[in-house]
Design a protein around this ligand. Structure first.
Ligand code: FAD
Length: 361
């Protein structure tokens, strides 16, 4: 049985980490969340412009434009996530999006893609340590210590730690683990086991361009999916519910093109994607911004790591040393899960269940 004195650290305030933190907190675990960015939501992200120079608009704090430059939308295939999304809808955190150009049932956060994550963060009993990049983990005398680039060693110790990070970032952090569980038992073999799993799941990058136009772009579709082009996806942001009316398009490069050009200069990337979009729309952007997602999408792994049957679980948990991992990349190895936002939520739910089921102190 979990005691209220039991302390956990969750590293990463994307949907997976926040779901895990909220569930654990609700079950009486003391949880601290550490996040390297200023805001929460991770790859469920929205970029907004500065406020209007017009005094009346500035007073209402209306954004001039905004764009969901990470996940543009999400689907809900499993019964449990459908129920969660229905709950979000009731709370006005998510809404159906019916873009022309696809028959798929799609959802978006309202009024930004970060809304579900921000709501989870607000529900936590303790404030998140934002702008805190955890770069070293240490396990001594059955307790975890965390070091961040910004604040050095965190003063508190934890009984358990959950890495809610993209696989390559989890793998990198696991490689820093030092310490001993007991005089006889090295921590290294535990860390190696977790690293083997994180290391086994490849993730591809995505270049994103946020393009603004002075007038409506005359294409019938609000969502365009392309193949055989560097440009894989184009989305008219104003077609989403509860968004500003400005003509802003999100352009995502394909995984293959992004990976091949991941170190390219952002202006070159913009030239390519805007030219591809111009071919389709005959529209020229009046302004643009570029964002590189180094780890955007997890891939399914044909060969499973031998130590954990990932196709049957949504998370990773080593009860002996209190080390867990969650994130979209873990859950989407499960056959029934399409991936993305849904996978992140399922993984966060799964790790919290495993922690509370298996830990007894
Ligand atoms: C371009 C793009 C397109 C996408 N399209 C779709 C789509 O169409 N449909 C869909 O369902 N999903 C889509 N996704 C995927 C979806 O956004 C993710 O699956 C989901 O948001 C992952 O959530 P997560 O919590 O697992 O990870 P993340 O959201 O990546 O959260 C991890 C968090 O950890 C933080 N972090 C990293 N390192 C550290 C550190 N050392 N210390 C502290 N914090 C750290 C990060 O800042 C981040 O906030 C897309 C993503 C991208 C980027």
């Amino acid at each position: 049985m979990i005691q209220s004195s039991f302390r956990f650290a969750v590293i990463g305030a994307g949907l997976a980490g926040l779901t895990a933190a909220a569930e654990l907190s609700a079950r009486g675990v003391y949880v601290d969340v550490f996040e390297k960015s200023r805001g929460v939501g991770g790859r469920m992200a929205t970029r907004r412009s500065g406020m209007s120079p017009d005094a009346s608009l500035a007073a209402s704090r209306a954004p001039i434009w905004q764009c969901d430059h990470g996940a543009p939308a999400f689907a809900a295939a499993t019964a449990s996530f459908r129920a969660e999304v229905a709950r979000w809808e009731k709370l006005d955190l998510a809404a159906r999006w019916r873009p022309t150009g696809t028959a798929n049932e799609l959802w978006v956060g309202t009024q930004t893609m970060t809304a579900p994550a921000r709501s989870l963060a607000a529900s936590l009993p303790r404030a998140i340590y934002s702008s805190t990049t955890i770069d070293t983990l240490q396990r001594e005398h059955q307790a975890w210590r965390l070091h961040s680039a910004e604040a050095g060693w965190h003063p508190e110790q934890f009984d358990g730690v959950i890495l809610a990070l993209p696989a390559p970032q989890a793998s990198r952090l696991l490689s820093t683990i030092t310490g001993a569980e007991s005089p006889e038992q090295s921590i290294a073999s535990h860390a190696k086991r977790a690293m083997e799993i994180a290391h086994a799941i490849p993730m591809s990058g995505t270049w994103a361009v946020i393009a603004r136009f002075e007038s409506r772009v005359e294409v019938t579709e609000d969502l365009l999916e392309l193949s055989d082009s560097p440009l894989a996806l184009a989305v008219r942001e104003a077609s989403k519910p509860a968004r500003p009316a400005d003509e802003v398009w999100l352009l995502h490069a394909s995984d293959a093109w992004s990976d091949a050009h991941i170190e390219a200069q952002s202006d070159r990337v913009a030239d390519t994607l805007l030219a591809e979009f111009r071919e389709i729309s005959a529209a020229t952007a009046s302004a643009f911004q570029v964002h590189r997602w180094r780890y955007a999408h997890a891939k399914r792994r044909a060969v499973q790591p031998v130590t954990e049957p990932l196709s049957q679980t949504h998370s990773y948990w080593d009860a002996e040393i209190g080390l867990g991992m969650c994130g979209d990349w873990l859950s989407m190895q499960h056959k029934a899960v399409p991936g993305g936002v849904e996978a992140a939520w399922l993984s966060g739910m799964d790790i919290s269940r495993r922690v509370t089921d298996e830990v007894s102190i």
